[in-house]
Design a binder for this molecule. Sequence first.
Ligand SMILES: NC(=O)c1ccc[n+]([C@@H]2O[C@H](COP(=O)([O-])OP(=O)(O)OC[C@H]3O[C@@H](n4cnc5c(N)ncnc54)[C@H](OP(=O)(O)O)[C@@H]3O)[C@@H](O)[C@H]2O)c1
Length: 182
Amino acid sequence: MIIILGKGQLGSALQKHLGQDHCVMLGRPDFDFATQADCDRVLEQYPHPEIIINTIGVVSQDQWKNLIVNFVSPAYLTMQYMARAKNCHIINISSASAWWVSYPGLDLNRFSYNLAKDSLSNFGRHINRIVVDQARAVTLTTIEPGKFQSPMSDHTGMEIKRVVDAVDYAIKAKPQHLSVIK
Ligand SMILES: NC(=O)c1ccc[n+]([C@@H]2O[C@H](COP(=O)([O-])OP(=O)(O)OC[C@H]3O[C@@H](n4cnc5c(N)ncnc54)[C@H](OP(=O)(O)O)[C@@H]3O)[C@@H](O)[C@H]2O)c1
């Protein structure tokens, strides 16, 4: 069973690519990942997924939400699955924004998104040290896409297929970190 968190452009493209029969896609209105209660409901309802792909993301005027949805929720879910899953591959979609968090002229709303994605990418590095040190049966892959075509980037950037291909590669090769800039 593959769980896709987020029903947006990338989540839908992944579901199409991986096959509806193998995937469950979770998001609004049933799950609001700005709340711990709904993260806990995912853990209760899907305690042993083979693969969980977190595609949720938001750039809004609400800095609290940007930090929670882009960093706190995925980090919380990852740690919870690490603690309880037998054999699980977690794929967190971060962003190439993690490489340039505070560029000149940046507004603080966008900064809170970049900072959250930077935190998610660094989180992946730290968690993978724990995975290796403690020989955990969990694999965590963090993917940092550059701009790709979706409402989030005004339909500009690289084709979404590049990101779908990166996720496909991650499922097969289980790398710890992938940046897909172009
Ligand atoms: N597009 C880009 O250029 C780009 C570049 C780098 C990284 N990324 C990352 O790629 C991932 C996919 O983005 P996308 O381009 O496919 O954008 P998208 O279509 O906007 O997908 C993001 C999804 O996250 C959902 N979401 C946001 N807040 C939520 C919440 N509190 N609870 C439940 N769901 C919530 C959105 O739901 P609603 O539709 O209900 O708001 C949407 O379905 C994100 O993590 C994004 O940060 C995107």
